[in-house]
Design a protein around this ligand. Sequence first.
Ligand code: HEM
Length: 501
Amino acid sequence: MVVILVSLIFVAFVALYFYLAQNNKYWQNRGVFCADGALPGVGHMLSVLCMRTSFPECCNKIYNNNRDRSMVGVYNFMSPTLMILEPELVKTVLQTNFTSFNQNYQKANPDLDPLMANHPFVTTGNKWITGRKRLTYAFSSMRLKILLESVKSVCVMLENYLNNKLSKVEKVELELMDLCSKYTTQVVAAAGFGVDGFCFDDEKADASFRKIGKQILEPSIRTTIMFILVVLAPPLNKIFKISFIPKHIDRFFRTMVADLMEQRRKDSIPRNDFLHLMTELERIEGDKIDLEMLTSHVLSFFIDGYGSTSTVMSFIGFQLASHPKVQEKLRKEVMTVLDKYDDVITYEGLKEMTYMDQVFNESQRLLPEALMQKQCTEEFELRGSDGLVCRVQPGTEILIPVQGLHKDPRYWKDPQVFDPERFNPDRKHSIKKFTFLPFGEGPRICVGMRMALLLMKAGFATILRKYSLELSPRTQVPLKMELNSILPIPKGGIWVFFRQL
Ligand code: HEM
């Protein structure tokens, strides 16, 4: 009996080993070098699974160990994934041969997350084209000027908030991620739906849009479980069925959009927000936009407008607080431009703040955790300059190591140094194409880029003209990221002293 039991366990282990190792020769069979350290079942992701490192950090390590190759095979758990290291190949995938790589690897389950399933990031074909067209319409120069009016009203709130904090003290210590999230969430509430998000009102914290953002994206027990199931081990989510958007938030957005749209369609009073632009688009197209689709667009506006933008803003604030000379130079530019426009923030004035663009670019170059995952959609032959040829099969994941490219010493002198002069008008033309990808590239380039830059510029113009920023010793430098978070959130936070000038 014991012998049979032991034999059965042995057979089960052997079967399990062969199941987990089934793909382990995938790259070897195709003549593609496989990065060192792959294990059956977990591939190269053991340290990610054990939460010792983040997924982007793990990919960055693979990039640095294989810099002399054009491509390298990786196992994202059991899934064979091709990391492309050469900027020319990145161009092929993102732009030149977009038709063969036209999807992002991340997917949304329409049964669990019906609203997220309409986000242009995960849609394809006509659904993608229509969704992108609507967002592109809202972010043209003419309409950004309309949205800027709402952004400006939030800049006043930001200034009042900081004035209040500094009314009785000479300096105040604030956490940047929290401050920037308050600002960006209030912006998406105002410029998105024309409502007050109560983000700067500590007494209404429970009713604020800030609370909704926190529940979706910021570290908590729910988001940690969701991160493991949705990001690290999607097959397990077939059993647990955890949605990215909590059900009560899904309901909240549906009710809000339905109520606001009913009112907007009736009164047709012009307003300075995204929903108004969508009703305008309905009139142009001569057809009502499906409410489900509209709610999805609103949710995209909310999540991207608040999430990615607050992260990038807090990292820019970190760099400014750490580099007083850069901060002073930028303040001078802000003052000079505002002076020219009677101390009013204008669309034209923000465009003229070109040193601010340099600071944003350099800060985004150094932003940790940047990575893009694409999917091959039709068979394609990738040819590296080292002679390596790989016939990529449909369904294969393609990893674009953005962080590796942004910090590669072959493309950037002293890559770890924060130097906005790399992007000055004389030097920016010598930057190698497709080594700087803060908003992606090609037909899927971030559709909200201009909106993000506008709201970040207005925010920093508001801060720099009145306050100075100084890094608090409470900030742990170098920044280390939380490992269980969807957004790159520094452990312990980014603490900065604000002083009135
Ligand atoms: C600083 C803030 C932001 C950053 C760094 C950022 C970055 C990115 C990146 C890297 C992509 C992938 C591009 C690619 O695959 O080539 C992307 C896609 C996208 N972003 Fe942003 N984004 C930001 C803000 C926004 C905002 C404010 C919105 C909208 C309100 C937005 C909407 C989108 C959408 C809809 C996509 C999917 C595009 C597609 O697949 O066609 N983003 N973003």
